[in-house]
Design a protein around this ligand. Sequence first.
Ligand code: GLU
Length: 199
Amino acid sequence: WRVGKNIMCGIFGYGGKELKPASFILNGLKTLEYRGYDSWGIVVISDKEFRRERHVGKIGEAKTILPAAVMGMGHTRWATHGGVTVKNSHPHFDCGKRFAVVHNGIIENEGELRKSLTKKGHKLLSETDTELIVHLLEEEAKDNSKLMFLDLARRLVNKLQGAFAIGIMDLKQPGELILARFGGPLVVGMTAGYKLFAS
Ligand code: GLU
């Protein structure tokens, strides 16, 4: 990916009255699958915990086993950093499992960020540039414990270089989902009963 070039892979999210957002999201991902089909994954918050499902390969006729929730987000991957494995599939979590992220694009200062996060003791479980996003956010939360999710996310985005569309969820603010984009497509739809986003 580069700004101005074709952008691949897909993210899709849903929040609203539908009790099984995961199946809704899965259908959304299917429509985006032509953009990336290395692996796919979905996360929802249920009973104050993240529940995540990740698989390598095409979605095909897959059904999701995730529980009822008020919102969630999913990803179909076109790998740029790290092989096609379940570990590298999105969504990714930080060490404390407070934040979840889905991401389209490339974080170009990945090398530098990985070094500094590793030095600070973060346990990185994947080879992706994406995972660094939530660990960076975790650092922001540590350094600025009074800031709300939106302010933390604003600080985070200033540290990212490259082209991206990201969705982030915070277990501490389970009714909120933050979106950010730079150089990539992202659309949001809102109606009385629900909200949707897609890249
Ligand atoms: N760079 C990320 C990765 O390799 C995201 C790729 C994508 O946009 O699917 O996982």
